[in-house]
Ligand binder design. Sequence first.
Ligand SMILES: [Zn+2]
Length: 159
Amino acid sequence: MKCPVCGAVYRPIKGSRVGIEQRNNDYKEKTATISASSSSSPLLSTASSSPTCRRCKVDLSDLFRLHDQAIWYHRQALHLLSKGRYPEAATHNNQALALYYSNADFHALAGKLSALQGEWREAIASWQQALKFDPQNAIASDSLQMIKLMTTLTANRKR
Ligand SMILES: [Zn+2]
């Protein structure tokens, strides 16, 4: 998520806390997070009545509403996935992506859903996209690793 006014980038971290990533800084500095400075009550919690940008103080509630909506679609997608309703899950996850394209988890799930439906090319593209937004994304990197391994095994078997 990006502040529409000053461009500060907010990204959810594990445990639903929100971190700030200043785009102009060195990429390695992105581990500096808001949650580090306000451990128990994150300033950007979606539960708070009016979330504001930490840098420029603009009201971000609309942005968070969109984000919440996206998360809701994503959760629906996970639910449908657990029921084995993959095409419907993919539709919901695509809604989530339409609202919030830079969420690595959404792309990771898109990849999983594509893979479950045998669409490997799409799956790989989605996982690569997930890694672009979050190089640490476990689902995406594990899946791509596995595919690499499978490809190697298949190639060895042919010898
Ligand atoms: Zn801002």
